[in-house]
Every structure is written in C-alpha cells, then in structure tokens.
Design a protein around this ligand. Structure first.
Ligand SMILES: C[S@@+](CC[C@H](N)C(=O)[O-])C[C@H]1O[C@@H](n2cnc3c(N)ncnc32)[C@H](O)[C@@H]1O
Length: 442
C-alpha cells in the first residue's frame, strides 16, 4: 500500500452531440431526447431521477480556521445536517440547497456536490463504478471538464491508475449514448496542494476525485469561480483581503450589523463592503454567476424564485454606522468605487485620516478592524514590524477603550506585540501567507 499523497489534474472537453450550444441559463425541454443515441435516452427523466429528485451530500469548502464561522452560517440558513470537518462544512440537501449555499454562504470558497463514492483498489474498479454514474445528467454541455485528483494511503495513484479509467468511463458512457466526446487533453499537471485553490472560473467544470484508504469519492464543483469573487470588485487597492476572509473575520468577531464598525486601514474597503452586506442581509453571491447554472439540471425559474425570496429579507439601509478610513486618498477612491459597485455606497462613511492621529468615532463602542500593510514602514522611518504592531496596540488601548477589535498580524511576534487582552485568535491563509487574526477588547 502506498502512503503517498499526490495530486493530479486531467482535462477533457465534452461536447454533447445534440446539445453543443452552451446551455447557459436555458432549461432543457422536458421531452428532449438525445439525438443519435443508439437507444433513445430520455435525458430529462434521467436528470429528474438522478439530480433533481434525490437528496445529495454537499461540501462547502473554506479557508482552514474559518470552519466554525461557516458552520454557524450554514445552520442559520437552514442547511440540513451541517457539520464542520477539516477545511469546510458538510450538509445534505437537494439542488436548491446547493444553490442557497452558493448564494448565501459568506465564508465558503466553493460548494461541491458529492456524486459518488466507492471502493477502488484497482483501475478496473474505478472504470466499472464510474461508468455506472449518470454523467449525461450531471455534466454541463460544451464546457471542459477538469479532473482534479488526490490520493492518500491507497493502492492507486497517478494518472494511469486513477485518472485514465475515470475519464475512460465518462467518455465511453457518453459515447454509448451517442454523445460525441473529443480526445482527451494529454496535459497533466501536478496540483500543488499547499497553493491557493485553482481559479478555473466558469470555463472549467472541476470534477474532484479524492482517493483515501482505497475509497474514491467524486464531487462536482457547483460554484465555478471561487466564491470570494463576488462580482463587484473593480480594482485592487494594494493588498486586498479576500472577501470570504473579511466576512469570516467580521463574523468571528461577532459582527452582525447591530453595532458600529470601523475599518481604520481600509485599503479597497473589503471589510466595509462585507459589513454592509451582512448588516443589510444582502446575499454575497448576488452579483455573480455559478457553475450550477450551466448544469443540465438548472431551472432558471426556480433559481429566480430563490433570489426573489432573498430580496424580501434585505434591509434598505444598514442600521448602524460603517466607517471606512485610510490615510491614502487614491485607495479611498477605489474603496468608494468598490462600494458603489456593490450597491452599499450609502451605508458607508469614507474618511481620509491616519489611524495614529484620528479619534474613535463619537457614540457607542462597536468593532474596529485593522488589516495593516505587511510591508511596514512607520512614520518614524523604522521598518520593524514588531515595533509597528506595538504602536498599533498602544493606540488601540489608549483611544479605542471599550471597543472590540480584530487585527490581522503577519506573524506570532507581531500578534504578541499588540499587547491586547485577547478573546481568541484565528490562524488563516491569506494570499499564500499564514496570518493570525487577534480578537480582543481594547
Ligand atoms: C493591507 S492594506 C488593507 C487592505 C484592505 N483590507 C483591503 O481589503 O483592501 C493596508 C492599508 O492600510 C493603510 N494604512 C497604512 N498605514 C495607515 C495609517 N497610519 N492610517 C491609516 N491607514 C493606513 C494603507 O494605505 C493601506 O491601504
């Protein structure tokens, strides 16, 4: 038995013979049969039977460290049997629940639908079991499918043993139904499992094959582009936080829109925009598309209904102040444009001031968040990050007494230098860097 862990990717492009126009948002007609199939196949019936009808297992993936926050939100939006595991949250539900998860989960990176799990000790097992899955009802027409495979503690590894039989099974099943499949793309790349997730956008349908202890689990990506891409970021102001991380930090700090929020070093305004979305109950996925909209099972009227239900719960304005401050004028302009694009400009007050000079706002204490630059340069001219964080901590204790705070720090030494009475810490990956988020009361 091999104890190695490895990752591989394979790409195939599947063209459905009778459906090679992108399905886009168009539902497939109920009576449609696949032209050219040796035995006519009622595709619609298969879609209902295998995809629309059953309850599926789902996995919402998040940045490790944010699982408890994701779990709390999954429960709030009513996802059934939600449970946190390493790297995300599992739940069960029908397609509509997967749609809700994509639309509403603020912290999830991707939502996977589990489509099969079986024992795989030999390539023949992979082929036989995978051939039995209803790929014709699952895979989107006209979109390349990328198999992303990982193996651990298993007999099978590498493309020949796992990827090939899997792809062969898909291709042969589709061909047997009269669906044309072009040759496999021979481009195979090793996945760096430590790197950030691969950005495939809506141009790739990712099929995840996870083999662990000789059990193969297959999942389809229902999201498309990673979910931190909300669809309204226009320009990067320096080093923006991912929206999913900003939302996760706010929620971990207890922000729910019922108190004042200040981002004292706002850059492109990610915290403020996410805070306004939370305060108003705006779905994070409101301005973007999803891979499930390309699936043969997608029904536009049902998804529109879900969106309309959501609109009924949105508040017209945030109920408490949200301040976005920075000492750089150009970056504040980016933050303003970002907020306008997100439809929350009226909820945020933008202020050009310096954290080390400006007072806390008048009124009840709330939450102050800080994501300082990591390439640090003090007003004194020193570039010692530990000294900078000590200065930040001192300022928080002097000027922000009674406020809750969340500060992103690039290392244990800088986090400790804050000198705050901590309620907890988050350890998360931000753009390839492991950062510490200190949660405290000043
Ligand atoms: C890492 S960026 C923040 C990125 C932001 N979280 C986002 O998502 O775009 C740090 C920001 O802190 C601002 N900054 C640095 N020192 C500051 C100070 N003393 N007062 C106010 N803002 C400051 C910089 O202008 C920069 O925009």
């Amino acid at each position: 038995m091999s104890s190695s862990r490895s990752g591989l990717q394979f790409l195939i492009v599947i063209h459905f013979g009778a459906m090679n126009e992108p399905s886009g948002n168009r539902p497939i007609k109920a009576s449609r049969e696949i032209e050219g199939a040796r035995a006519p196949v009622n595709l619609e019936r298969r879609i209902r039977q295998h995809v629309i009808g059953p309850v599926h297992g789902w996995f919402a993936a998040c940045t490790p460290g944010l699982e408890p926050v994701l779990l709390a939100q999954a429960r709030t939006i009513g996802l059934a049997d939600a449970a946190a595991i390493q790297g995300g949250v599992t739940f069960v539900g029908r397609l509509g629940d997967g749609h809700r998860a994509n639309l509403h989960l603020r912290v999830a990176n991707r939502v996977w639908m589990r489509i099969g799990a079986f024992s795989a000790r030999a390539p023949e097992d992979v082929y036989r079991e995978a051939h039995g899955l209803p790929w014709e009802a699952l895979l989107p027409a006209g979109i390349p499918v990328r198999v992303q495979a990982t193996t651990a503690n298993s007999r099978l590894f590498g493309s020949g043993m796992l990827g090939r039989p899997l792809l062969d099974a898909i291709v042969r099943r589709l061909r047997s139904l009269g669906l044309s499949v072009p040759p496999l793309d021979s481009d195979e790349r090793i996945v760096d499992e430590d790197a950030d997730e691969i950005e495939e956008g809506l141009t790739r349908q990712i099929l995840l094959a996870r083999l662990d202890s000789n059990r193969l689990e297959l999942s389809l990506d229902s999201s498309g582009q990673l979910l931190h891409r909300r669809g309204f970021r226009i320009s990067h102001g320096g080093a923006p936080l991912r929206e999913t991380l900003a939302a996760g930090i706010l929620m971990a700090a207890g922000y729910d829109g019922s108190s004042t929020l200040v981002d004292a070093m706002c850059g492109s305004g990610t915290f403020a925009v996410e805070a306004a979305s939370i305060a108003r109950g705006l779905p994070p996925g409101r301005a973007r598309g999803f891979m499930f909209q390309r699936w043969p099972s997608y029904r536009e009227p049902a998804f529109n209904h879900l969106r309309r239900q959501t609109e009924g719960e949105v508040r017209a304005r945030a109920g408490h102040p949200i301040l976005s401050r920075d000492n750089g004028t150009p970056v504040l302009d980016i933050a303003r444009r970002h907020a306008k694009a997100a439809g929350v400009f009226g909820d945020i007050t933008f202020e050009n001031n310096d954290f080390f000079q400006a007072p806390a706002p008048v009124g009840p204490a709330g939450l102050v968040v800080l994501n300082p630059p990591y390439g640090l340069r003090l007003s004194t001219g020193s570039d010692d990050p530990v000294a900078f964080y000590r200065q930040v901590g001192t300022r928080l204790l002097e000027v922000w007494k009674g406020w809750k705070c969340a500060v992103v720090a690039p290392s244990p030494a800088t986090a400790n230098a804050l000198g705050l009475r901590e309620n907890g810490r988050l350890q998360i990956a931000n753009g390839g860097l492991r950062v510490i988020v200190v949660l405290a009361r000043c």
